[in-house]
Ligand binder design. Structure first.
Ligand SMILES: *[C@@H]1O[C@H](CO)[C@@H](O)[C@H](O)[C@H]1NC(C)=O
Ligand SMILES: *[C@@H]1O[C@H](CO)[C@@H](O)[C@H](O)[C@H]1NC(C)=O
Ligand SMILES: *[C@@H]1O[C@H](CO)[C@@H](O)[C@H](O)[C@H]1NC(C)=O
Ligand SMILES: *[C@@H]1O[C@H](CO)[C@@H](O)[C@H](O)[C@H]1NC(C)=O
Ligand SMILES: *[C@@H]1O[C@H](CO)[C@@H](O)[C@H](O)[C@H]1NC(C)=O
Ligand SMILES: *[C@@H]1O[C@H](CO)[C@@H](O)[C@H](O)[C@H]1NC(C)=O
Ligand SMILES: *[C@@H]1O[C@H](CO)[C@@H](O)[C@H](O)[C@H]1NC(C)=O
Ligand SMILES: *[C@@H]1O[C@H](CO)[C@@H](O)[C@H](O)[C@H]1NC(C)=O
Ligand SMILES: *[C@@H]1O[C@H](CO)[C@@H](O)[C@H](O)[C@H]1NC(C)=O
Ligand SMILES: *[C@@H]1O[C@H](CO)[C@@H](O)[C@H](O)[C@H]1NC(C)=O
Ligand SMILES: *[C@@H]1O[C@H](CO)[C@@H](O)[C@H](O)[C@H]1NC(C)=O
Ligand SMILES: *[C@@H]1O[C@H](CO)[C@@H](O)[C@H](O)[C@H]1NC(C)=O
Length: 735
């Protein structure tokens, strides 16, 4: 009984304890639920999954979608990534979430500003607000987030600069502020982030120099801050970053020397400082750390590289020093241990010397992993070695614009890996290199601007079925040329050399002449043929018009005769056509009007005559000079054919020319026939060489009758067209 007296008191105190304990928790939780529901109500839209967010449901807060509670029933994680939130953060009561550790608002349609109240989320450890339309500045109160370890504020439309309070977030380990249009300089307080491992500030408009305080951030592993306007020199304190793995500062305006101590980190594997204004000697011992993979230092002002810099570089995959002022003998940088180098780009420097070792082999041929070799635009000389054809991984070779000489060595093999071969603008000579016949996966072949001579071999189209761009311009190729049927099938659009994480776009430089501008267009994946500036004679083969993928055709500056191929209009994709400075004659074929992509055209300095075909596309080419210096063209953009007296005058001249040509054809044919008859009688008895001779004469005759036939075609075309266009003239008909 004694005990029973205490029962109601016990119950009372129990109830009191329960109430006393439960009531404050409920109030806090209710506040969290209210804050979320109120904010949701302020939004113009949200994902249907937020349907469970209602006050009627507040007792089950921890079951709401996108929410995770801690053991006390408070919201610790709010993951609203991609929840179609349309609205602002103005009504978000940050103060209601003192236990929130994780907040993700990324990939929504939030606009307005990031409110200063965000600093009230004092327990926050991870904050992600990327890919929204938020504007304004980063609030200074962000510095109050003392426990924040990960902050991502990327792909926003913020302005202003990085607040110096950023240095107050001393727990920060990962900081991504990419593509947020920030301006101003990096605050010195950043050095206080001594736990920071990842620093991404890329694609902003940051100015000023990199503060020396960066040296205090000794945990840094990944600096990725390309595409800003950072200037000045790299601070020497960078040598303290002995855990550095990735160092990306490309496309800034940094200058001065690179200190050798940058390589202090034995973890350093990528250095990309392309497109800055660094100068001086590139420091040696780059591979001393033992982890270096990728060194991209193109488009700077480096004047040299310390000798033996790439010695012992067994882990190095790619080196790119394109467009610097490096004047050196390449052989001084490497030794006999080529390691795994894949990519080597020293284009547009002043490299000199040869590629040959003392015993005449190209030293580079031992680099069996090499996929891309670009040594174009240097001052290298000497011959090539045939070992080039045996390099097992090589996909891209560019040795253009050097002073290489001699004959391109022949070989019985060529590796299937070879796709792009550029040997232009050197002093190579001899016949079309036979070794190329085995390179059956070739996509681009550029032999322009050398002293190659002889015929363009007929095997090109069969042996190189994937060829997309063929440039043989400015050589001494002569005679007939061949059908390039390989380009007739559909091809992909973009070509690039893929060497792991280093990719290189295949680009061809072409000069497009248009009105009075010269455009340099870098193209990729375009089918083109450039045979300009050779000694090609005879006719343009009709087979060219089967190359339906052709976008660029330049045959200018040869001795081509006969007509423009009848079906040229089949080339619906052709954008640039240059047939100028040849001896083409006859009318422009009617199908010409079908070139519906043509934007650059030059037919000047030939013997063309008659009416220029019309089409919507041709009417856009208003410059008369593209037809100038022909024997008698008329029609837009030249003078009209019928009404103009000058054109009639031209036609008279043309008609007379035709008569002369026709007469010439017949006289010559008669002469050949007579000649053949004479010799056939004379040589009747000496049969042994007579046979061969007959055959030769037969061939001659065949060739000649082909020509006569083409004369007739041109002439007939001219005549029928003309008969329809103008009043027939008696001299014309009597013929
Ligand atoms: C957000 O809501 C407003 C108002 O309803 C609407 O005009 C706008 O198109 C919405 N934005 C998006 C991205 O859905
Ligand atoms: C309450 O929340 C639960 C769990 O998310 C949900 O299934 C239920 O539909 C919600 N009820 C109301 C009335 O919103
Ligand atoms: C941003 O979000 C949109 C749709 O929400 C998506 O299409 C886009 O890829 C995202 N961009 C980034 C950089 O994540
Ligand atoms: C929340 O943050 C704002 C801005 O930093 C501040 O003015 C306000 O006092 C904070 N609220 C509380 C309750 O601390
Ligand atoms: C935060 O940063 C500012 C500016 O760097 C500094 O003046 C202030 O003392 C810091 N506050 C705290 C609490 O560390
Ligand atoms: C970056 O800043 C420069 C100089 O203030 C300005 O000219 C440029 O337009 C800015 N670029 C962007 C993308 O904001
Ligand atoms: C940070 O770096 C600066 C300059 O290198 C130095 O003077 C300062 O003592 C460093 N601060 C800390 C806390 O290490
Ligand atoms: C970096 O390297 C230099 C020279 O090799 C050395 O003197 C310095 O002590 C190194 N710094 C660190 C932090 O290891
Ligand atoms: C690069 O630096 C050189 C001197 O080292 C200077 O003459 C040149 O103007 C700088 N270029 C740019 C784009 O800053
Ligand atoms: C290259 O390696 C050899 C042997 O491992 C070593 O003796 C030499 O000092 C190294 N050279 C450089 C430049 O690191
Ligand atoms: C290439 O390597 C072989 C053996 O691996 C060696 O005998 C030869 O001298 C090397 N050639 C060059 C040019 O370094
Ligand atoms: C060139 O190709 C065309 C069309 O395929 C064909 O008619 C012609 O006979 C070919 N000429 C030669 C010489 O192969």
């Amino acid at each position: 009984m004694k005990d029973l007296r205490h029962v109601p008191f016990f119950l009372l105190s129990c109830t009191c304890l329960l109430l006393c304990a439960a009531t404050p928790v409920r109030a806090d939780i209710r506040r969290e639920a209210e804050a979320l529901v109120n904010w949701k109500a302020s939004l113009a839209g949200s994902h249907e999954s937020l349907g469970s967010w209602s006050l009627a449901n507040s007792t089950r807060l921890c079951k709401w979608t996108h929410i995770l509670c801690n053991s006390d029933g408070h919201i610790s994680k709010l993951d609203l990534s991609g929840a179609s939130l349309n609205g602002t953060l103005d009504r978000f009561d940050f103060w209601a979430f003192p236990h929130l550790e994780f907040l993700d608002l990324s990939q929504n349609d939030l606009y307005g500003i990031i409110p200063p109240g965000i600093g009230n989320l004092t327990s926050l450890v991870e904050l992600y607000i990327f890919n929204n339309s938020l504007r304004g500045a980063i609030p200074r109160s962000i510095g109050q987030l003392k426990h924040l370890a990960v902050l991502e504020l990327s792909y926003l439309e913020l302005d202003g600069s990085l607040p110096e309070e950023i240095g107050n977030m001393t727990s920060l380990e990962v900081l991504y502020i990419s593509s947020t249009t920030l301006t101003g300089s990096i605050p010195l307080t950043i050095g206080m982030l001594v736990k920071l491992q990842v620093l991404w500030l890329d694609n902003n408009n940051l100015t000023g120099s990199i503060p020396m305080e960066i040296g205090n951030m000794t945990e840094l592993q990944d600096i990725y801050s390309p595409r800003n306007n950072l200037e000045g020199q790299l601070p020497g304190t960078i040598s303290h970053l002995i855990k550095l793995q990735y160092f990306h500062l490309f496309e800034n305006q940094l200058r001065g020397n690179i200190i050798p101590e940058l390589w202090n980190s034995s973890f350093l594997e990528t250095v990309d400082i392309e497109k800055n204004n660094f100068s001086g000697l590139f420091p040696s011992s780059i591979c001393i750390g033992g982890a270096m993979h990728l060194v991209i230092a193109g488009y700077n002002g480096f004047t040299g590289i310390q000798p033996w810099t790439f010695r012992n570089c067994t882990t190095l995959h790619a080196i790119d020093f394109t467009e610097n002022n490096i004047a050196a003998d390449l052989r001084d940088y490497f030794d006999e241990h080529p390691g795994q180098l894949r990519v080597m780009d020293f284009s547009q420097n002043q490299l000199y010397g040869t590629l040959l070792t003392n015993w005449g082999e190209v030293f580079l041929c031992n680099f069996t992993y090499l996929k891309l070799l670009d040594l174009s635009n240097n001052a290298l000389h000497g011959a090539l070695s045939k070992c080039f054809w045996d390099m097992p991984s090589l996909s891209f070779i560019d040795l253009s614009s050097n002073s290489f000489t001699g004959v391109v060595p022949s070989s019985r093999t060529c590796k299937d890996s070879l796709n792009y071969l550029h040997l232009a603008n050197n002093h190579f000579k001899g016949a079309f290199p036979l070794a190329i016949k085995k390179c059956r996966n070739l996509i681009t072949l550029d032999l322009g601007g050398n002293n190659f001579s002889g015929t363009i071999p007929s095997w090109i189209s069969k042996s190189l079925p994937g060829l997309k761009f063929l440039r043989l311009s400015s050589n001494m190729f002569e005679d007939d040329f061949t059908n390039f049927t390989g380009m007739s099938h559909e091809q992909g659009d973009i070509d690039y050399v893929d060497a792991g994480y280093y990719t290189h776009l295949e680009q061809i430089q072409i000069v497009w002449k248009n009105v009075d501008h010269i455009y340099i267009i870098m193209i990729a994946g375009m089918a083109g043929i450039d045979l300009s500036g050779n000694l090609l004679s005879q006719e343009i083969p009709g087979g060219l018009t089967t190359l339906l993928e052709l976008r660029y055709l330049n045959l200018s500056g040869n001795h081509l005769s006969g007509c423009i191929p009848e079906y040229i209009g089949n080339l619906l994709l052709l954008e640039s056509l240059d047939l100028s400075r040849n001896q083409l004659s006859g009318e422009i074929p009617p199908s010409f009007a079908g070139l519906k992509s043509i934007s650059t055209l030059n037919l000047s300095s030939n013997g063309l005559s008659g009416r220029i075909p019309t089409s919507n596309q041709l009417q856009t080419l208003v410059d008369p000079s593209i037809y100038s210096n022909n024997s008698g063209l008329c029609g837009f953009p030249l003078e009209d054919c019928v009404s103009s007296s000058t054109s009639k005058h031209g036609e008279t001249g043309q008609g007379e020319d035709m008569e002369a040509l026709w007469l010439y054809c017949f006289v010559a044919a008669g002469f050949i026939f007579g000649f053949w008859l004479y010799w056939s009688i004379f040589l009747r008895h000496s049969e042994t060489w007579g046979c061969a001779f007959y055959q030769h004469v037969d061939n001659m005759q065949e060739q000649f009758s082909k020509k006569v036939h083409s004369c007739i075609w041109c002439f007939q075309a001219t005549r029928t067209k003309r008969a329809r266009l103008v009043q027939p003239r008696s001299s014309f008909l009597s013929f």
